[in-house]
Design a protein. Structure first.
Length: 157
């Protein structure tokens, strides 16, 4: 079997940032998958599940209600718990969604109240949430993203 693209990236050289993971094209439609890498793989602790679950709920809620909601296909966590994927319609680059991601981070950091979708009839694991830790991880990520604007995998290989 062919090795998938994400396994060809040297994760020992990867830092928090916003990267294009892949672009898929079918007919006239392009879908871009972004790697929103929150922690440095294999060098920092991974995000705990309750915080990552909260980031998923809040990030998805924000993106599916923002001015670019028609472009959003999916937002969700990476299995390795070092970040999230943002999947969007369009042949896009990280610079094209930088302000969107910063705004989403601000939404999560400033969020107060009940987590959207955190009810037994709305989520299969509704009680596993941690807003304070979600704010911590996203605050750290936003600071790193704004300070360093890491957009290219190749800069670390």
């Amino acid at each position: 079997m062919e090795r998938i693209a994400s396994f060809t990236i040297d994760h020992l050289c990867l830092f928090p940032g916003l990267y294009v993971s892949r672009r898929d094209k079918r007919d006239n439609t392009v879908i871009t998958t972004f790697d929103m890498r929150v922690t440095a793989p294999n060098r920092e602790p991974v995000m705990d599940m309750p915080a990552l679950h909260t980031i998923e709920h809040l990030g998805a809620t924000y993106l599916r209600n923002c001015s670019r909601k028609e472009d959003i296909v999916y937002f969700g966590p990476m299995g390795c718990r070092t970040g999230c994927y943002i999947v969007m319609f369009g042949d896009l680059n990280p610079e094209d969604i930088y302000s969107l991601v910063v705004d989403m981070c601000d939404f999560i950091i400033s969020f107060e109240g009940d987590i959207p979708g955190a009810a037994p009839e709305q989520c299969g694991n509704y009680s596993e949430q941690n807003l304070n830790m979600a704010k911590y991880y996203i605050g750290k990520y936003k600071d790193e993203l704004v300070a360093n604007k890491r957009f290219e995998y190749s800069a670390f290989l």
